[in-house]
Write a protein that binds this ligand. Structure first.
Ligand SMILES: Cc1ncc(COP(=O)(O)O)c(C=O)c1O
Length: 383
């Protein structure tokens, strides 16, 4: 039997699965993969059971159930001042991952270039490559993980189809400002470049900072796919429900892909989320405080350790520099930390095409119970 060469020869098992498995094998506290170790709101979970018990068990409409699309459009108006048409510009997807894949597949053709900023989330590049596109990596400038605007300007070519921005940013926890959006607008003005805003942590932003969504910037919104994930917002990563907001011509194309990728997303989850959004609009306003407490607790419990760090501005990840503890590379350090010291972390180099060999950074997820964070902190302070 002849098996064809891999279309994704560089892709192996993701580091998230590898580290979680290693953590389980060695009974380590798992601060590696990004998921909460607590449940989402009880009312929300009850609504899923309710809808399963009340005949919501067949295909949902392809674009998403009407009440959920309306709730998403209402939220975009309330939080970002964006006028979004629930019928034509909102599509519910099976997680943000599907929305990202569908957006890229909808517009990227053979030879098109797509710009991503390293360190970057791992699902962009395979989607670009499967569509025949070329992924151009630009490194964010450390230590603050800012965009090098000059480098971005120089990277733009007539073949640049799309720029992917992720704010709040995984793994650095850094957020884009209004000024950043203005600079981006300046660079793409008078081009046909599209934007993909990965905003899955839109409601996890700290220190009273606003989330500067691409939707707040009408010039950018007109050329953007903006993607979010209910998994992050409601502590329900296993449900895999997300969405994409995009102007009608982009949504039409995205929906053509979505229609044949999954067709539609699990109906009871969609209906439950719609109910919850309608009855608990205050929830998203409370989420920053909820996670800020966890960030502050984690930073406090590792304060007397030899890690150095700047508290994350958003997301539920904290980057730490371990150069005072070890000069191992970050993959070896993460393995050692997991297998020998009992705390699992994610090395940052895996998010980069050309990692700086001197970078000594790992990512911890603080979406964990107080007890878990304190126990991890104890171990980390012993290093
Ligand atoms: C930056 C970023 N984008 C997208 C996703 C995928 O979201 P979902 O689980 O809804 O597919 C994640 C999940 O970790 C993420 O961190």
């Amino acid at each position: 039997m002849y098996y064809p060469d891999s279309k994704l020869p560089k892709v192996g098992t993701t580091i998230f699965s590898v580290m979680s498995q290693l953590a389980a094998q060695h009974n380590a506290i798992n601060l590696s993969q990004g998921f909460p170790d607590f449940e989402g709101p009880e009312q929300l979970r009850k609504r899923v059971a309710y809808h399963i018990g009340h005949k919501a068990n067949q295909y949902a409409p392809m674009t998403g159930v009407q009440p959920l699309r309306e709730a998403i459009a209402e939220k975009a108006k309330r939080l970002y001042g964006a006028n979004v048409c629930a019928d034509e510009e909102v599509t519910v997807t099976s997680g943000a991952t599907e929305a990202i894949f569908a957006a890229i597949s909808a517009v990227v053709r053979q030879g098109d270039e797509v710009i991503v900023f390293d360190p970057c989330y791992d699902c962009y590049e395979p989607a670009i490559e499967l569509n025949g596109g070329i992924c151009r990596h630009i490194s964010l400038t450390l230590p603050e993980f800012t965009i090098d605007w000059q480098a971005l300007k120089e990277a733009l070519t007539p073949r640049t189809r799309m720029i992917i921005v992720n704010t709040p940013h995984n793994p650095s926890g850094v957020t884009l400002s209004r000024q950043d959006l203005d600079k981006l607008a300046e660079l793409v003005r008078d081009t046909h470049i599209l934007l993909l805003g990965d905003e899955v942590y839109e409601h996890i932003v700290f220190d009273q900072q606003p989330h500067c969504s691409l939707l707040t910037h009408s010039e950018l919104a007109a050329r953007s796919f903006v993607v979010s994930s209910f998994g992050k917002t409601y502590h329900t990563t296993g449900w895999k429900v997300g969405y994409c907001i995009a102007p009608k011509p982009l949504s039409v194309e995205l929906r053509k892909v979505h229609q044949y990728l999954t067709f539609s997303t699990a109906a009871p989850f969609q209906l439950a989320i719609a109910d919850y959004m309608l009855h608990h609009p205050e929830y998203t306003g409370e989420l920053p405080g909820f996670y800020q407490e966890k960030r502050d607790l984690f930073c406090q419990v590792i304060e007397r350790s030899r890690f150095s760090f700047t508290p994350a501005k958003g997301t539920y990840f904290q980057l730490v520099d371990y150069s005072a503890i070890s000069d191992m590379d970050d993959v070896s350090f993460s393995r050692w930390l997991t297998t020998e010291k009992g705390v699992a972390a994610i090395p940052v180099s895996v998010f980069c095409q050309n990692p700086d060999p001197d970078m000594r950074l790992v990512r911890f997820c603080f979406a964990k119970n107080e007890k878990t964070l304190r126990e991890a902190g104890e171990l980390l302070c012993q290093l």
